[in-house]
Ligand binder design. Structure first.
Ligand code: FAD
Length: 386
């Protein structure tokens, strides 16, 4: 916004003591360009291009994704894969016979766990530091004259009509917010980029954002690296196992692996505690059996650390929502891929605020701003789902 409209006075507030210590700091901060939906491709590809231009500053590591499929799941993903171009999108399809000998993975099935039949090996995928990335934007924003105030928690949104009996023929807008100390912040426009807190903040003022929080947990294990790979000095990609959406980021030089999993049905869409806790019971039930099956040699490991955060889920298509009513805009619904798409989301959100119809993303792709709105949404279905 400051770049497109330098004279605009922009104040960024956050309830925490720093920027980017909300769910951004809880993420695995992995990125991938492999999506079948055109929307996701545009958002991720252009963001990754920007990140590549500042790779050293944000500790970006192109580790690759080693995405393993059972025979059945591979068939289901084929329509999605056919929308990608192996050369342009930099991936290979391997069969189980091509499994690198270095990896000590059991590729056979059991009653509960699927076999590994095919592997989508994506090269333009990896990890970065989400905190460094967010701080990089914060610094650029301040250099352009943007202001940041932390420790400011929005406690109340003040509309021009404050009671529920307002006459509906009169225009309503937002005039201010009140923080925890009773201080009012008045502005012409308000943009809520509050991730998992969107619905609870906006529902009371009559906005149905349809974005819900869902807890996701991460566990780091101290392991003996030679139980995962023969040569532990070789670069190991991020491993996505064929069952339970379990993914592993190996940090073998530190004898660690970071493990997460995708659990949806049965996992409530609500914020129970804040901050949320990662539960060992979840690790034991939903992750450990999968690890034990695919890495039978992995033994005597210990839980090194654990944490949990909230996805801000827009359930229908799991892509971000950028919508505005009156002078109130919200940017959320990043659904677990908000880091890898952040650069594009920021540009589109700025364009929405400035009432632009299209915006050029970092890689020069033209994006229709309304495509991420709710009212004129135009997002195609994703067929490559972890
Ligand atoms: C376990 C886990 C793993 C993930 N892994 C990945 C991954 O590998 N790759 C990826 O791309 N994405 C991943 N994500 C998703 C990613 O973290 C989010 O998409 C992204 O961080 C969303 O950023 P955000 O700025 O919208 O939200 P947040 O980072 O949550 O920021 C919202 C901000 O709003 C502030 N706020 C809220 N309420 C108020 C209030 N009342 N007053 C003032 N301030 C307020 C909060 O303090 C916070 O700083 C993961 C998420 C989790 C939980």
């Amino acid at each position: 916004m400051k770049r497109l409209s330098p004279k605009k006075k922009v104040l960024l507030i956050d309830k925490n003591n720093k920027v980017a210590v909300g769910n951004t700091a809880k993420s695995a901060a992995l990125y991938r360009n492999l999506f079948s939906s055109q929307t996701s491709q545009n958002l991720a590809n252009s963001s990754i291009s920007y990140y590549e231009s500042i790779a050293d500053k944000i500790s970006m590591k192109e580790l690759g994704y080693f995405w393993m499929f059972s025979g059945e799941d591979y068939q289901k993903s084929k329509t999605g894969l056919n929308k990608l171009d192996a050369k342009k999108d930099r991936f290979e399809i391997l069969s189980v016979e091509d499994m690198p000998e270095n990896l000590k993975i059991n590729t056979t099935e059991s009653d509960e766990f699927s076999e590994v039949e095919s592997i989508l090996y994506g090269h333009r995928c990896g990890s970065l530091s989400a905190i460094k990335l967010a701080r990089n934007y914060a610094t650029q924003f301040q250099k352009l004259g943007g202001e940041i105030q932390v420790h400011v928690e929005i406690k109340k949104i003040n509309l021009t009509n404050s009671d529920q009996f307002f006459p509906s023929w009169k225009d309503i807008s937002m005039k201010s917010i009140t923080d925890q100390n009773g201080v009012n912040y008045i502005a012409e426009d308000f943009i809520f980029a509050i991730g998992a807190w969107t619905q609870s903040m906006l529902a009371p003022i009559g906005i149905a954002s349809q974005i819900y929080p869902q807890k996701r947990q991460m566990f780091t294990l101290k392991i003996k690296p030679d139980q995962i790979a023969l040569d532990t000095k070789q670069r190991i990609p991020i491993l996505i196992l064929p069952t339970g959406g379990v993914y592993i980021k190996p940090v073998l030089q530190n004898s660690l692996i970071m493990v997460g999993s995708a659990n949806e049905l049965g996992n409530p869409y609500q914020m129970d505690t804040n901050p949320p806790t990662a539960e060992e019971g979840y690790f034991k039930n939903a992750i450990e059996p999968v690890l034990n099956h695919y890495f039978p040699q992995l033994k005597d490991y210990s839980l090194f650390s654990k944490w949990a955060g909230y996805y801000a889920y827009y359930w229908p298509d799991k892509n971000p929502v950028i919508e505005k009513i009156s002078n109130i805009q919200w940017v959320s619904g990043t659904s677990g891929s908000g880091i890898m798409k952040a650069d594009a989301i920021g540009r589109i959100a700025a364009a929405r605020d400035l009432d632009l119809e299209t915006i050029e993303l970092f890689d020069k792709t033209k994006f229709q701003v309304a495509d991420l709105s709710l009212k004129k949404r135009n997002v195609d279905t994703e067929e490559l789902i972890i």
